[in-house]
Design a protein around this ligand. Structure first.
Ligand SMILES: [Zn+2]
Length: 64
C-alpha cells in the first residue's frame, strides 16, 4: 500500500499540500492519519457539523 503524499493540519484536520494550512494558517502537520472526508457543502453535511468544519474541502477523519 502506497503512503499518501498529503499531510494533515493538526489543528483543523484539513488535508494540505503546501507548507502552510490555507484554512487556519497553522504550520503543524502530521502524516499519520486515516480516512478522507470530502466536505462539499459544509452547511448541509453531518460530517462537517460533527467535525466543526465550515469550509468545503478534503479532511482527514482521524489524526494521530
Ligand atoms: Zn489548519
Amino acid at each position: 500500500m502506497l503512503s499518501l503524499p498529503e499531510k494533515v493540519c493538526r489543528s483543523c484536520r484539513r488535508i494540505v499540500l503546501k507548507d502552510k494550512c490555507p484554512i487556519c494558517g497553522g504550520d503543524s502537520f502530521t502524516t499519520t492519519w486515516t480516512g478522507v472526508a470530502h466536505i462539499l457543502d459544509a452547511n448541509d453535511s453531518i460530517i462537517a457539523t460533527e467535525m466543526g468544519v465550515d469550509i468545503p474541502g478534503k479532511y482527514a477523519l482521524r489524526v494521530r
